[in-house]
Write a protein that binds this ligand. Structure first.
Ligand code: NAD
Length: 476
């Protein structure tokens, strides 16, 4: 049984939970010790005790630890990618790419540790000096989802440590393996005892204990809207700093003047790769009428050629859905869409393979209307719907007509429409002639409206969340 990391010690409990491979449910990846309230509180106490010393650590120490961790992640990307593909189900090349991204994020924040600077500002009062500096927040709670088992933890843990905070990290129930590997790497990279703690267990127990504990000064959360709302309401009484990244219903607009092949590639990649289980997935394809039929035929044809199967099989393009509950939800949404008048043009069927897994062929729904549930609620699976529109103006309206605002894309050869869309899209990230999913690791990531709350993650903008600004005045 794999233990947790609390106060620099590997700690085990009497209760362990199996980590099941969604490509082959007879394959148990490993068994992971489960934390209860007591272990979670111990981890918080360890972080609180370690935080002051770590806050005073120098940039070289933080740089060296983060650099060692990044180097090891990159050196082991094949092995860690296999673990990730096995526990989460994305295909091996995508899993390796995710591990690589995690390594690059650690190296980025290793360098950021050396670039921490403040400002000296002229005071409006003669003889007074003003310094504006950033200080660590203290103890940061990190609560992560299952769909990016190593990249999302990396983009929260690396900046938290870079800016001098102590961490209590709770991974999602489905993916303790990548989290454990990351904790092992950080421990051996030399993170001082208590500065980084890993607690594995149920959201309702471990996560809730973190929310209820006022010793946690800030929580960075990625996951569903419902849990995000809990994080917000539990944090308000403590005036705790929060950062929430939640769902999406991301539109990809395809205009009559688009390059058809490129638009199909953007749609198929954005909507279906990583089994559509990306918060930035293009779940709404908003297509103008002149290109609609050609676009739908070409996407359907491309989907029919993709093989769904075991994530570690080199012939597989799309891996399984993450678990039985997620599969049931995907099938449910397809049924709801059909009952509301949508046409299931392609896929949406259970697929049998040699191993028993949660295989679903990528589903394309056509003739859908903006008000249908399939276009309003996040499915989080290999399911996309097409909305036919008259022209660019209607496409822009439909793209923005959602409570979410994470990512949005447009395929067009017109500079006029591309620029107009970049300006008027109500999403945090806008893509022109690119899939809505797939972003760089060194620039801000995040959304608007119900998709996000708080300051941006990633790149140097991460400092906003992981530090507090201090303004100091000195009379000479
Ligand atoms: P989830 O909300 O069910 O779980 C997220 C995390 O919260 C898990 O670690 C879970 O254990 C924990 N949790 C559950 N109940 C809790 C509680 N009461 N207190 C504290 N923590 C609790 O989400 P999920 O199913 O793991 O992930 C899928 C969702 O994540 C989708 O909605 C997706 O859009 C979103 N997501 C968003 C982004 C983004 O950056 N915007 C990225 C990836 C995923």
């Amino acid at each position: 049984m794999k233990p947790m990391l609390i106060g620099g010690e590997w700690v085990t409990t009497s209760h362990g939970v199996e980590n099941i491979n969604p490509s082959d449910i007879s394959d148990v990846v490993d068994i992971y010790a489960q934390a209860g309230r007591a272990e979670t509180q111990q981890a918080i106490a360890a972080a609180q005790a370690a935080a002051p010393q770590w806050a005073l650590s120098g940039p070289q120490e933080r740089h060296d630890i983060l650099h060692r961790a990044g180097d090891e992640i990159l050196a082991r990307k094949q092995e860690l990618g296999e673990l990730l593909a096995r526990e989460e189900g994305k295909v091996l090349p995508e899993a390796i790419a995710e591990v690589q991204r995690a390594g690059q994020i650690f190296l980025f924040f290793a360098a950021e540790a050396l670039r921490q600077r403040g400002e000296i500002v002229a005071s409006v009062r003669p003889g007074v000096g003003v310094e504006v500096t950033r200080e660590p927040v203290g103890v940061v709670g990190i609560i992560a989802p299952w769909n990016f088992p190593i990249a999302i933890p990396a983009w929260k843990i690396a900046p938290a440590l870079c800016y001098g905070n102590a961490v209590v990290f709770k991974p999602a129930e489905l993916v303790p393996g990548s989290a454990w590997a990351l904790a092992d790497i950080l421990h051996r990279a030399g993170v001082p005892a208590g500065v980084f703690n890993l607690v594995i267990g149920a959201g309702s127990v471990v996560g809730q204990t973190m929310l209820d504990d006022e010793r946690i000064d800030a929580i960075t959360f990625t996951g569903s809207q419902a849990t995000g709302a809990r994080v917000a309401s539990a944090s308000l009484p403590f005036m705790r700093k929060i950062q929430l990244e939640m769902g999406g219903k991301n539109p990809l607009v395809v205009l009559d003047d688009a390059d058809l092949d490129l638009a199909v590639q953007c749609a198929v990649d954005g909507a279906f790769f990583s089994t559509g289980q990306r918060c930035t997935a293009s779940s709404r394809l908003v297509v103008t009428q002149g290109i609609h039929d050609r676009f739908v035929s070409a996407v359907a044809e491309r989907l029919a050629s993709l093989r769904v199967g075991h994530a570690l099989d080199a012939a597989t393009h799309i891996g399984p859905v993450a678990d039985a509950a997620q599969l049931a939800q995907d099938l449910d949404y397809i049924a709801i869409a059909r009952s509301q008048g949508a046409h299931l043009r392609q896929g949406g069927e259970l697929v049998r393979r040699e191993t028993e897994g949660y295989f679903l062929s990528p589903a394309l729904l056509t003739e859908t209307l903006p008000a249908m549930r399939i276009n309003c609620e996040e499915v989080f699976g290999p399911v996309a719907s097409v909305i036919r529109v008259r022209d660019y103006e209607e496409a822009l309206f439909v793209a923005n007509d959602t409570e979410f605002g994470l990512s949005a894309g447009i395929c067009t050869t017109s500079l006029k429409y591309a620029n107009d869309f970049k300006r008027k899209s109500q999403a945090g990230m806008v893509m022109v002639n690119l899939p809505t999913a797939g972003v760089d690791y060194h620039v801000p990531f995040g959304g608007r409206k119900a998709s996000s709350h708080g300051s941006r993650e990633q790149g140097s903008h991460a400092a906003e969340f992981f530090t507090i600004v201090k303004t100091a005045y000195t009379a000479a």
